[in-house]
Design a protein. Structure first.
Lengths: 225, 64
């Protein structure tokens, strides 16, 4: 049976994210406080939530590996963390751009939200150093899985940091009373979030297929040697 | 272009650049795997004592 999930996700991502970005630029109402620059929100926040989702997905696959001992979960967990790190870079880049235009600075070390996200990002960056410092095999898979599970603890901390902060300049949009924005803005945000999740899923599928193919070629080379 | 528009454009461009960068890296990876597979097919054929037939292999790949 042909696996059409990857192409379907890629087409879905192109359509939904493309629509979302067009709506964000040309249809969403302008923010009274920040003006046009507020439109960075429609990429920055969905990218951040997608990065959390990728790290969470990687941790889930790591848990499955430790639970079932099936080797395939190691590659799936690694690929999800790889994707999470790519989206993590984007969070930092788009966040810095937004900070510069809104606050006049690229970075603020006094902001717990920013620093905790950086800690989370560096933690998962170190995952690759750990992984490639050990020979392939069950030991590396187990160590990587345990590390990925430790990292997932940082996600809720990073997410809730803004609510724990006493004085902050990072805006709070989602409160207990719901999203603090107009209905049309929230609709565009949801479209962008769906598109970004589809993009991450498409990249994950393509990356996973590439890594599996790479592993099979290596096996074939060893078998023929 | 206003200051706000410039920064919004930069943020959207960053997303586009990262996706495009990933695509380029992935394309190089696929090209490398394709090259390695061709080498392995030739190696397997030499082992079987058959002459390499790259045209037939390429035709199979094109037919996928």
């Amino acid at each position: 049976m042909r696996n059409n999930l990857g192409p379907a996700l890629a087409v879905g991502a192109l359509l939904v994210l493309g629509t979302g970005l067009v709506l964000a630029l040309f249809w969403a109402p302008e923010d009274a406080d920040q003006g046009f620059s507020q439109r960075i929100f429609y990429v920055h926040v969905p990218i951040a939530l997608t990065a959390y989702a990728c790290f969470g997905w990687g941790a889930w696959k790591a848990l499955r590996l430790l639970w079932t001992r099936e080797a395939r979960y190691d590659l799936e967990s690694y690929t999800a963390i790889h994707m999470g790190t790519i989206f993590g870079v984007l969070v930092l880049v788009t966040g810095s751009i937004w900070a510069k235009v809104s606050w006049g600075i690229w970075w603020s070390w006094s902001e717990r939200q920013l620093v905790l996200f950086l800690v989370l990002f560096l933690f998962y960056s170190a995952y690759f150093m750990l992984r490639y410092s050990t020979d392939p095999g069950p030991r590396r898979a187990n160590m990587s899985a345990v590390y990925a599970l430790f990292g997932v603890v940082l996600i809720p901390v990073s997410f809730l940091a803004i609510r724990l902060a006493e004085n902050f300049i990072h805006p709070v949009v989602f409160t207990r009373d719901g999203p603090q924005m107009a209905g049309s803005m929230f609709f565009v945000f949801c479209v962008c979030l769906a598109g970004m999740l589809l993009l991450a899923a498409a990249l994950y599928q393509a990356e996973l297929a590439g890594k599996r193919l790479d592993a099979r070629v290596r096996e074939l080379r060893e078998a023929l040697a | 272009m206003s200051r706000g528009e410039t920064y919004v454009f930069a943020a959207y461009l960053a997303l586009f650049a990262v996706v495009l960068g990933w695509l380029v890296i992935h394309a190089f990876k696929i090209a490398r795997l394709s090259r390695e597979l061709t080498e392995l097919v030739e190696l397997a054929r030499r082992r079987d004592g058959k002459a390499p037939a790259p045209d037939a292999a390429e035709a199979r790949v094109a037919g996928q």
